[in-house]
Design a protein around this ligand. Sequence first.
Ligand SMILES: Nc1nc2c(ncn2[C@@H]2O[C@H](COP(=O)(O)OP(=O)(O)OP(=O)(O)O)[C@@H](O)[C@H]2O)c(=O)[nH]1
Ligand SMILES: [Mg+2]
Length: 363
Amino acid sequence: MSDKNKNNNSSLSSTEGTRQNNAINNEALNRFKNRRSSLSLDDYIAGIKNGDRTILSRAITLIESTKSSHRELAQNIIEQCLPEAGNSIRVGITGVPGVGKSTFIESMGNHILEEGHNLAVLAIDPSSMRSRGSILGDKTRMETLANHGNAFIRPSPTGGSLGGVARKTRETIYLCEAAGYDTIFIETVGVGQSETAVHSMVDFFLLLMLAGAGDELQGIKRGVMEMADAIAINKIDEASKKAVSQAVREYKNALHLYPEDQSGWRPEVTTCSAVTEKGIPEIWTLIQEYVRLTKDNGYFQDKRNRQAKHWMYDTISNRLREHFYENKAVQKQKDQIEQQVLNGEISSFKAAHQLLELYFKSK
Ligand SMILES: Nc1nc2c(ncn2[C@@H]2O[C@H](COP(=O)(O)OP(=O)(O)OP(=O)(O)O)[C@@H](O)[C@H]2O)c(=O)[nH]1
Ligand SMILES: [Mg+2]
C-alpha cells in the first residue's frame, strides 16, 4: 500500500486534501476485524443467540477441532447454549448414494422455509466415499438453501472415526438450536453404520428409496428399514406407475413384519419427486403428524431422554478410550505388544490385559 493510502480504509479515495465520505463503514469493519481475531466465550454465546451464522460456523469449527483448548472452549459454549436448545424438530434423512437425499432436502427445505421456519442442514459421512467434490456438489444441489437467509448448511466434519463425527454432529445440533433453527435435517448415506448414529440423535428418521431399482432392498440393510419412521420412494417422475405401486406394496409388506413400537406410530410408505416437488409437502405434513402424536403421548420426550442417556455413555467410553491411548506407558509399549500379537507370540486377550495393567498402574 502506498503511503498516501496507508491510513485510509477506502480504496476509492483518490483525491488528497479533499474531504470525502469513507466508503467503508467503520463499525462494520471493526466487526469484521473482530471476527478474524479470537472470540471470547461471551462473544460466542452472544453471537450464536443472535443467530450470527459466521459465529455459529466458528463455534462448530471449535467442536470439530482436535486441539484440546478448542474442545474445552467448545464444551463451555455447548453448556451455555443448552438452555436454549431442544426446541426443534430433528429429522434424519438416509438412503443409498444418489437416491436424491440432497435434492430432497433442498426441495423440502424450500417448502418449510416458505412456511416461515428456520432450517439447519448437517451431514454425517465419515467415510472417504465423499470427496471434497461431492461436498461442493451438495452446495450446488442445495443452492437456494445455501443462499437463503433462514437456512444454514454445514457439510460433514471430515476425518476421524464415525463415533467422533457423530458426537460432533450431535453437539452441533445444540448450537444450531440455540441459534434459532427450529428444523434440523441430517443427511447420511445409508450403507454403513452412520444411519444408526443418526437415528440416535433425531426425532424422525426418513429413508429414501427408488422404485424398480432391481434389488428389492437396494443395499439397505433390514436394520435400517426397521429404524425408519417413513419410507419415501423418490424419483417417481422417472419411474413407471407400475414400478412405483409395486415398490410401495413391497415396502409396506416389509414394514408390516416389524412389531409396532411404543411410539404408537405406524411407519408410512409414501412417494415423491425431489425434482418436481410432487409429494414433498405431504411428507412434511407426515413428519408434523408424527411430532404431534408423539408429543401428545409422551414418546417424543422419552425418546430424547433415552438418546441423551445414550450419548452420555458414548461420551464416557470415548473419553476413557482417549485417556487410555494418551497414556505415556501405553504409548511406549503398545507397538511392541501389538507386534507380539501379530507374530502369534501372545494372545490378544493377554496383550490387552498387559496394556490395561500398564494404564491402571501408571496414575
Ligand atoms: N429425475 C429425478 N432425479 C432426481 C430426483 N432427486 C434427485 N435426482 C437426481 O439424482 C442425482 C443424485 O441426487 P443427490 O440429491 O445428489 O443424491 P444424494 O442421495 O444426496 O447423493 P449422495 O449425497 O452422493 O449420497 C442428481 O442428479 C439429482 O438431480 C428426482 O426426484 N427425480
Ligand atoms: Mg447428498
